[in-house]
Design a protein around this ligand. Structure first.
Ligand SMILES: Cc1cc2nc3c(=O)[nH]c(=O)nc-3n(C[C@H](O)[C@H](O)[C@H](O)COP(=O)(O)OP(=O)(O)OC[C@H]3O[C@@H](n4cnc5c(N)ncnc54)[C@H](O)[C@@H]3O)c2cc1C
Length: 507
């Protein structure tokens, strides 16, 4: 009995010794290993337009060499069945045209880089000069020459004559307008400076002030142009035509969006062969993103250390970081707790596509060929459309047109304007903000934690490029927060925002 107990004791003490040795050895091994890294934060992006896809792209690009990775899984939620948002195409009689965002500026450098990176093909505008007419509802107050000739010399002569016609009507104001636009574009170019010399911006105000663009958002385009020395006639006619085409608004819109709109009427404009939406598709494809199409997010709840996103179909997603990449103005997303942003209205633009033929009599002409290829309009509440342009001339009696208007184009009205209408497609866009100076901006960081809002920048101007520029800044904000250099001033935002009286739209 004794011997058995002794045997058991010695056996147990040996086992304990072995366990102790294993424990000490494990401690030694563990102490030599690097401490196990915490899970990198996952990022959920609502919206697959150029803003959402650019956030994903820049997050991956700027953290590509991080070891351990700064960013975990990226998910994009898109309520539609296709990506691209307002970069969308429309099919008219089997042919495809841009339905929303259609033109890019030669200095839209993010878009140019995306195009190169994704191997997309640039479509340059046709070199032949198109004719422009400014319609006041009764007559064309200004009209350039049209030429159907394909001869380069004839085209050059027509283009030169049209420049002279413009100069005769608007004089040196044209150069002043050009200088105004150039100076705004030059300031915008600061957003392409290297990341070493360019700060990460916590607010839109800060971002605009740094580039010298903030003051343009505080005054109307009209006030800016008066200061720039433009003649009233140029503002009432050509400038108004441009702002009505590009933003469906008058020269009372805020100055920066107005300048961007004027920049979008210059030379060298381009687009992507096959559709600008391919930028978003390509960026999503190469950014290791889990894309959820047909998934509409209806609520975002902050649950302590993460957000829970709920879709209309009843699915839940857990996200450390949430990025809203769509305008919140007409959405019913429920925020828990509620967030507060300045109220903003969207300008609705009705894009109507018609395959058929304009009625020359509507414009006081005998022949269709007398109607300019681009009919712009002055500011008059009686005018039922902002512009009509020829998208494609199939032959002399068969064309595809795009009409922009503030109200829907009813059949009776279209039957008045067109002598032939083979097909009509209507799209009602909640297109861009209704710009009203002085602009007030929602914060990029909606709750001072990890809920970001790219489209806060849209009050400055709404374009594909400005969305990409804002998205790049958001990606840098996120990386700054999770790369170990937590910026403590960001977490203070929550408290200061909730007390700010100017923030009043509770969502
Ligand atoms: C008629 C028109 C003409 C334009 N012309 C030009 C132009 O020539 N050049 C130019 O640069 N810009 C132009 N713009 C502006 C340009 O389209 C926008 O500034 C830009 O495309 C905005 O991109 P975004 O990604 O910020 O938003 P969006 O493209 O609107 O993307 C937001 C996405 O979020 C999705 N979404 C919304 N809510 C939810 C939800 N709850 N859950 C899931 N998904 C959701 C939407 O379906 C959408 O796909 C034009 C716009 C319009 C409407």
């Amino acid at each position: 009995m004794y011997s058995t107990r002794f045997f058991l004791f010695t056996r147990r003490s040996k086992q304990m010794k072995n366990m102790l040795t294993i424990f000490i050895l494990s401690l030694l091994v563990l102490s030599t290993l690097p401490s196990s890294p915490a899970e990198p934060p996952n990022v959920c992006i609502i919206g697959s337009g150029i803003a959402g896809s650019s956030v994903a792209h820049f997050l991956r690009q700027y953290s590509a060499s991080d070891d351990p990775p700064t960013i975990g899984q990226i998910q994009i939620f898109e309520r539609n069945g296709v990506v691209g948002g307002r970069m969308a195409t429309v099919s008219v009689s089997g042919e495809t045209f841009e339905a929303g965002a259609s033109i890019l500026h030669p200095k839209n450098f993010h878009a140019l880089n995306f195009t190169k990176l994704l191997n997309l093909k640039i479509r340059k505008p046709s070199s032949s000069s198109f004719s422009l007419g400014i319609w006041d509802g009764h007559k064309f107050v200004f009209k350039t020459l049209t030429s159907n000739s394909k001869l380069p010399l004839v085209q050059k002569m027509v283009s030169l004559t049209n420049s002279i016609l413009m100069f005769v009507r608007y004089g040196f104001s044209l150069f002043r307008m050009n200088n105004f636009v150039e100076s705004a574009v030059d300031s915008f170019l600061k957003y392409y400076e290297s990341v070493e010399s360019r700060p990460v911006f916590k607010t839109v105000d800060e971002m605009l002030k740094w580039a010298g663009l903030y003051n343009f958002t505080k005054r109307t385009l009209q006030a800016e142009l008066v200061d720039a020395g433009l003649a009233p006639l140029l503002m009432e006619e050509l400038v108004t035509v441009i702002t009505r085409i590009n933003y469906g608004q008058s020269i009372c819109m805020s100055g920066l969006a107005g300048a961007v709109s004027l920049a979008g009427s210059g030379g060298g404009l381009w687009s992507i062969e096959g559709g600008n939406w391919q930028m978003a598709a390509g960026l999503i494809n190469r950014s290791d993103v889990a894309l959820h199409l047909h998934t509409e997010i209806q609520s975002i709840s902050y649950l302590g250390d993460y957000y829970e996103l709920n879709s209309t179909e009843g699915n839940s997603y857990t996200c450390k970081v949430t990025v809203i990449a769509t305008p919140l103005d007409e959405l019913n997303i429920r925020f828990i707790p509620a967030i507060s942003i300045p109220e903003r209205k969207l300008q609705h633009t009705h894009a109507t596509f018609v395959r058929g033929l304009l009625n020359p009599a509507y414009f006081g002409f005998e022949a269709v060929s007398e109607i300019p290829e681009l009919v712009g309009t002055i500011e008059d509440p009686e005018l039922p459309f902002s512009s009509i342009s020829v998208l494609k001339q199939h032959n002399e009696t068969d064309m595809t047109y795009k009409i922009f208007s503030r109200e829907p184009m009813e059949d009776a009205l279209l039957d008045h304007i067109f002598s032939v209408r083979r097909e009509t497609v209507r799209i009602n866009w909640g297109a861009y903000p209704h710009y009203s100076a002085p602009e007030r901006f929602a914060p990029f960081l909606l709750d001072g934690l990890d809920l970001y809002y790219v489209n806060a920048f849209e009050n400055a101007a709404s374009t594909m490029e400005t969305s990409a520029v804002a998205a790049e800044n958001i990606a840098r904000l996120i990386l700054l927060r999770f790369s170990g250099q937590v910026d403590s001033s960001l977490s203070n935002l929550k408290r200061s925002n909730s007390c700010t009286s100017t923030l009043h739209s509770d969502l």
